[in-house]
Design a binder for this molecule. Structure first.
Ligand code: KIV
Length: 252
């Protein structure tokens, strides 16, 4: 019997029962690959700006670019829930968020993600009122990397810890089905995980979240020019591909 389609409700219900494995994918073959590997949550992340499009960060990714890659991933018709990022400056008001999210849903997204907590709670409610599943993202917010001056761990100081807890609670109350915790100090990530009723999915936030998410290129080594410190690649695919291409060229 074929395994059932993964829904936002099913992922939410995994809290306390099973760990959630999530990865990014930006195209058709990678989405099929992750689906065949049994990954239940696939994210068309705006990290594609860096690992696919060659931008220095995610801040200039456009909605049109996200639509293009979401369409490609959706053609794989994954069993996994397919979420897509609302890129920077496309959710400055709840109305703008709803209009932008509709475009991602039309491209094939089954859930949308955006960065922020208390400050975007009204927007999350507006998306939920439209029936759109929402994946939160708090901690280090890559769309703000320029103002922040880099990728720094959040929650080491008490005011930051309190703000993160408030953000997490606001997202859960507004109706998010899960939330990404990026570069959150591990004890604070563990505390949020114990406190909120929805799954936390960590990236660089220690082992005590309900699940983990990684950029696929970091896991399999296809973007060797930069690997975050918290990632232990499972494969050096770039080196293997280069060796295969050199061997083929030299065989001619
Ligand atoms: O854009 C992205 O890929 C992300 C994940 C790494 C969480 O937001």
């Amino acid at each position: 019997m074929q395994a059932p389609k993964v829904t936002a409700e099913a992922l939410r219900a995994m809290k306390g029962r099973a760990r959630i494995a999530a990865l990014t994918a930006y195209d058709y073959p990678t989405t099929r690959l992750l689906d065949e590997a049994g990954v239940p949550l696939v994210l068309v992340g705006d990290s594609l700006g860096m690992v696919v499009l060659g931008y220095p960060d995610t801040t200039s990714v456009t909605l049109a670019e996200m639509e293009h890659h979401t369409r490609a991933a959706a053609r794989a018709r994954p069993r996994a829930l397919l979420a897509a990022d609302l890129p920077a400056n496309t959710y400055r008001t709840p109305a703008e968020a709803v209009a932008s999210a509709r475009r991602l849903v039309a491209a094939g997204a089954e859930a949308v993600k955006a960065e922020g907590g208390v400050g975007i709670a009204d927007m999350v409610q507006a998306l939920r009122a439209e029936g759109m599943p929402f994946l939160g993202h708090i901690g280090m917010l890559p769309q703000h990397v320029r103002e922040e001056g880099g990728y720094h761990i959040k929650g080491r100081r008490e005011p930051e810890r309190r703000a993160l807890l408030a953000d997490a609670e606001a997202l859960a109350e507004a109706g998010a089905f899960a939330m990404v915790l990026e570069l959150v100090a591990p004890p604070v990530a563990a505390e949020i995980t114990r406190t909120v009723p929805i799954p936390t999915i960590g990236i660089g936030s220690g082992p005590d979240c309900d699940g983990q998410i990684l950029v696929i290129n970091d896991l399999v080594g296809t973007f060797p020019w930069f690997t975050p410190r918290f990632v232990q690649p499972r494969l050096n695919a770039f080196e293997q591909m280069r060796a295969a291409i050199v061997a083929w060229r030299e065989s001619l």
